[in-house]
Structure formats: C-alpha cells, structure tokens
Design a protein around this ligand. Structure first.
Ligand SMILES: *Cc1c(COP(=O)(O)O)cnc(C)c1O
Length: 379
C-alpha cells in the first residue's frame, strides 16, 4: 500500500469516529473574528487579556532592529534584548532568572529531560498538558502518574520513593481542559517534606492571576523550583520562559536540547514582548473583567443544567460523546459563536466538551449572546 493510501484510510477511520481535526483559516484575531465572510464571537482563544490585537504590541514591531537572529542563542543568535526580556520576565514572576524558549511545548520537552534521567522518579498529575507528558517520556525517568490533584495518592508515592535518585513533581497550575487549579500550596509542602522538586507549568496563569499578573504561584506565595510561563496565551505573542534560580538558567542553556539546538527567539518579537510585559503588568482592570466574565459564563451554564467544572477563565462545557460536542459546537457556530469541540485524546473518552474562554475585551452583551445560545441548545 502506498503511504497516501495508508494515510487516507486512517483519516477515514478518524472521520468515522468523529475525531478528524481540521484547520479553519480566520481573517483576524480578537474577541470577534471573521471566517468565510462572517463575523463570529471568539470564545476559543487563550488570548485572555485581549493583547494579541492590542495596537501597542503591533506598534512595538517597528522598534525591531531585525526580523530574526538566525543562529542559536549559543552561537551568534543571542542579543542583549533577549537578556533584557528574560530579566523582565523573571522580575514579573519574582524569580531570580529566566530563559526564553520558542514555545511552551519546546520549554517543557527541553526542561524536564534536562533535570531528571533514568535514575530518577517523576510524579505527574494525570491531567498534565501533552508537552509535559512528552517531556517526562523524553527524560527516560520512571514516571508515576497520580490521580488528578490527589494529594493523598501523591503523598503515598512520595513515601514509597526509592532512597536513591531525585524526585520531580510536575503539575499544571490551571489545567488546560478542566479549568481547575492545582493545590499548589499543599503540593509545595509535600515536596518540601519529602525532599522532592516542584515543577509548575503556569501556561494559563501568568498574566491572569497574581499581583501585576505574576501568576498563581505568586498569588499563593509558592516558590516552585521550576516555573514555566507561556507568552502566546495571556501575553498574546509567542514563546515561553522557564523561571527559577540563576543556576537553573545556566544549566538549561547548557543542556536543554530544545534551547541549544534551536534558532534564537525572533529578534522582531523582543520589543513586542517588552510591550506585552508592560501591558500585562498594567492590566488589573482587564484581569478583573476576565474573571468576572468567566464566573458569569460558568454560573450561567450551570444554571441551565449543564456541567461546567473548574473555577478559572477556562470554562469547560462537558457534553460526553464526540458527536454531542461537535453538534453543540456547530449549533453555536450557527449562532455566530466560535466554541470549539475538544475530543479525545486531548480529554478522556466520554468527556468530549466545548472549552469556552472569555476574553477581557468581550463585552457583557457578548456574554449574553453565548448564554442565550446555550439556552436554545437542547440538553
Ligand atoms: C499551551 C500550553 C503549553 C504549550 O505552550 P505553547 O507556547 O502553546 O507551545 C504548555 N503547557 C500548558 C499547560 C499549556 O496549556
């Protein structure tokens, strides 16, 4: 069989199972977007603060001295502007140092294997993001998955830890598909008690929680050994950073393969990131608006009898079957609302859902429209 025939038959099987993924070319970004000549309310982005379309960020592109710095950071791709942005990001999350990566995916698959190896143990929450799962696998450490946010199960695993080797506890801060928060204080205490290191992925929380958007760890007074923040979500740009001690930064720039063997973060985006950091720091009003919108959306869905767990700006609307999720998403689209279906393997089988995310720049009438549409949808 030719490769194409093989792939076509596999694609067909996916389509039959309601699992085919497709790309939708949009004409712009923001709280409303154009698609195929029609305007939609956008309730599916991670642009929580509405910064991606912020004119101050676009204008900052003009300060760029070059498009790229086409070499790895360790060769001739390292600019002073990289260091300035890294210092500003470290200051934002109140850690001593940080290192930029081209994406959150690259940060996690590079960082976890840089810290632990075959002699070591990783304890990983069952709902962690795919990039953490892949980072754990690449590390070749022994990985034990603990039930979601289950502190007792985690404590048992920590008690049973082998005497030799290091232990890394890995968790999302807010879980990307369930929208709930990790019990970070308790996790930090357990790690402290059992001599384990704590790795927190703040992809959905830096910019969204904490003083000046410093994140959930900062809000709770937790100092993880490793903090990952992404710059393509609340910051509206692209990339990610790993924050921690200056030893952590130095170690990662020596051994994290997705840093060492990859071209430097684009020069053109460094002034944009600087502007985004300023915007995030000053965005208390946007954060308050975002959280108010999320509460209203979640409370409204629950009042209609729908299941909407969590308590963050990620508002899941659990529908169960793939078909139910796709049908509901299509009904919303008919009403001019983008609320995309999330299906296995991104979420467990039988828990397909819409993942709705309000933005600070939505208006209260945008929220009315979504809840009105939900009311009209058959339960
Ligand atoms: C989105 C996400 C990532 C990946 O970040 P990108 O910059 O999009 O590659 C990593 N971890 C979590 C928890 C995420 O939600």
């Amino acid at each position: 069989m030719s490769l194409d025939d093989h792939l076509r038959s596999r694609l067909h099987a996916r389509r039959e199972a309601g699992l085919l993924r497709v790309l939708r070319p949009l004409e712009d970004v923001g709280p409303t977007v154009r698609h195929e000549g029609r305007d939609f309310l956008n309730f599916s982005s991670n642009d929580y603060l509405g910064l991606a379309a912020e004119p101050a960020l676009r204008d900052a592109l003009r300060e760029a001295t070059a498009a790229g710095a086409p070499a790895s950071r360790l060769i001739v791709g390292h600019l002073k502007a990289h260091e300035e942005v890294e210092a500003a990001l470290a200051a934002l999350v109140a850690r001593p140092a940080s290192l930029l990566f081209s994406s959150g995916y690259a940060a996690n698959v590079g960082t976890v294997p840089a810290l632990v190896g075959p002699e070591d143990l990783i304890l990983s929450d069952e709902l962690n993001h795919a990039s953490l799962i892949d980072g754990c696998r690449l590390s070749r450490a022994k990985v034990r998955i603990f039930p979601h946010a289950d502190l007792e199960a985690l404590e048992r695993l920590l008690r049973d830890r082998p005497a030799a080797g290091r232990v890394l506890v890995v968790t999302d801060a807010v879980f990307s598909m369930d929208g709930d928060r990790a019990p970070l204080r308790a996790l930090a205490e357990l790690c402290q008690t059992h001599g384990a290191w704590l790795y927190v992925d703040e992809a959905h929380t830096v910019g969204v929680y904490g003083p000046a958007g410093a994140g959930l760890c900062a809000e709770l007074g937790v100092e993880p050994d490793v903090l990952v923040g992404t710059l393509g979500k609340a910051f509206g740009v692209a990339g990610a950073f790993v924050a921690g001690s200056s030893a952590l930064r130095e170690w990662l720039l020596n051994v994290a393969r997705s840093f060492v063997y990859s071209t430097a973060y684009p020069a053109a985006l460094l002034p944009v990131l600087r502007a985004a950091i300023r915007q995030v720091r000053a965005a208390d009003d946007r954060r308050a608006q975002l959280h108010a919108h999320a509460t209203r959306l979640r409370t409204g869905l629950r009042a209609l009898g729908f299941e909407s767990p969590g308590d963050s700006p990620i508002v899941p609307w659990i529908l169960g079957s793939n078909e139910a999720a796709l049908t509901t998403s299509a009904k919303l689209a008919d009403e001019g609302i983008l609320g995309l279906a999330i299906r296995p393997p991104t979420v467990p089988v039988g828990t397909a859902r819409l993942r709705l995310t309000p933005m600070a720049t939505h208006t209260s009438s945008h929220l009315d429209q979504v809840l009105e549409a939900a009311r009209r949808i058959e339960r």
